[in-house]
Design a protein around this ligand. Structure first.
Ligand code: HGY
Ligand code: MN
Ligand code: MN
Length: 411
């Protein structure tokens, strides 16, 4: 092992301190105080690994190691924002991978042919602004200046305002765009967030496919009325209408097959008082499948069911797709390299489908992408119980190190 277990453990433990919910998992929203703390830690580690450190126009933290040629960069990293009350490894494991690779290259004076960029990516979860895969989508030019005014947090602060507060100029967002050809390859290490590797006794997962996903916001209009004086047959209860559809969504997913999943993780009732008939209900549906047709099938069943229920109640609904990412097949070139180095280190490996979305699925639009999984204890993630043994993380980092050395030294 060329990497240091102690440094890996220390990175995870230090990063875990930058949370707004100490004692109840990791909560690190983009452009927040916690972001600031984590960002400064990452920058400090990058500087001490001899990198040229900068923040791009999107707000990502980047450490750069020059190569012999001024060619396309090899990029390695992951996101450093989190979900609410999440775990210490989601995204963070991939950032620590980048930091540790940078340190090993530095202490062994390894000079690559191609420049390497080690990146801490913001707003992958969309936890603050409801805009998942934000920074990677911005990197490939899929986020406009106008979007920065539209995406808002629960206090109505837009990404543009939050960026300005942080010292970034939202009008310069386009300067963070990477064109096809700018990046030679993008490698991400991530925790599996599922039970497969642990249950099969595997050391690492090599991702072949990432499921497609959509996140849709539905708003059902009702009529707020007095809960005590309004007879049941005179109500337009937005919650009644929404629940009559929400209760069918799990079956819609099962009927679609191909491992399709659907989740309602957000449900807001307005005005939100015990003695007022719900006047409006907002709920978010997250639908994922390796088959795009299944995603479409579940989405249209929900909309048809809502249309019917609203018609019966003389009301209406709106649906807004907040995020869409099609399923992707990752690069065979990188899959084969990760296989080669897993075998060299004699690790037990498994080719996999990722049920979680990752920045890798967006970067795939402009470059070859590789995604390495390390086991999650009990398959748990997006919760304070999320855990990966440091020794397992280190094995994955060793494979990532060998892969990065290979692709940054060879054409
Ligand atoms: O939702 C996801 O799959 C990822 O954690 N953003
Ligand atoms: Mn996540
Ligand atoms: Mn993640």
């Amino acid at each position: 092992m060329k990497t240091s277990l102690e440094r890996i453990r220390n990175d995870i433990e230090q990063l875990a301190k930058f949370t707004s919910t100490p004692g109840n998992g990791l909560t690190r929203m983009s452009f927040s105080l916690e972001d600031k703390g984590a960002r400064e830690y990452i920058k400090k580690q990058m500087k001490s690994a001899g990198l040229y450190v900068y923040e791009d126009a999107i707000g990502n933290v980047v450490g750069r190691l020059e190569g012999e040629v001024d060619g396309p960069v090899v990029m390695v990293g992951s996101h450093f924002d989190s979900v609410k009350n999440g775990g210490n490894f989601d995204g963070q494991a991939g950032v620590v991978t980048a930091l540790e690779i940078a340190r090993v290259l530095n202490e062994n004076s390894i000079k690559p042919k191609y420049p390497i960029e080690f990146i801490g990516i913001i707003e992958e979860e969309g936890g603050r602004f409801g805009s998942g895969l934000f920074a990677s989508r911005a990197m490939i030019g899929q986020v406009s200046r106008n979007d920065l005014d539209i995406y808002k947090d629960e206090n109505g602060i837009s990404i543009a305002e939050a960026m300005e507060d942080f010292g970034f100029d939202p009008s310069k967002i386009h300067e963070g765009i990477r064109k096809p050809g700018d990046i030679k390859a993008f490698l991400e290490l991530h925790i599996e967030q599922g039970p497969i590797l642990e249950s099969k006794g595997m050391d690492i997962g090599i991702v072949e496919y990432i499921v497609g996903l959509t996140e849709i916001e539905f708003i059902v209009k009702g009529r707020p009325d007095h809960a005590g004086t309004t007879p049941m047959d005179m109500r337009t209860d937005a919650l009644d209408i929404a629940v009559s559809v929400i209760s069918k969504i799990s079956d819609f997913a099962k009927e679609a097959g191909s491992g399709t999943v659907a989740t309602v993780g957000v449900l807001n009732i307005l005005p939100g008082a015990a003695n007022i008939v719900p006047g409006e209900v907002k709920f978010m549906v997250d639908i994922r499948s390796k088959d795009e047709k299944c995603i479409e099938e579940v989405k249209s069943k929900i909309e048809e069911s809502l249309l019917e229920s609203c018609k019966i109640n003389g009301t209406e609904f709106t649906s807004t797709e907040k995020l869409y990412a099609p399923p992707v097949k990752l690069s065979d070139n990188l899959i084969n390299k990760v296989i080669k180095y897993s075998d060299k280190i004699e690790l037990k490996r498994e080719l996999m489908l990722s049920g979680a979305g990752h920045d890798a699925m967006v970067m795939d639009k402009i470059t070859d992408v590789g995604l390495i999984f390390v086991p999650s204890k009990g398959g748990r993630s997006h919760c304070p119980e999320e855990w990966t043994d440091y020794e397992d993380l280190q094995k994955g980092i060793e494979v990532a190190l060998e892969t990065i050395i290979d692709i940054s030294k060879n054409d």
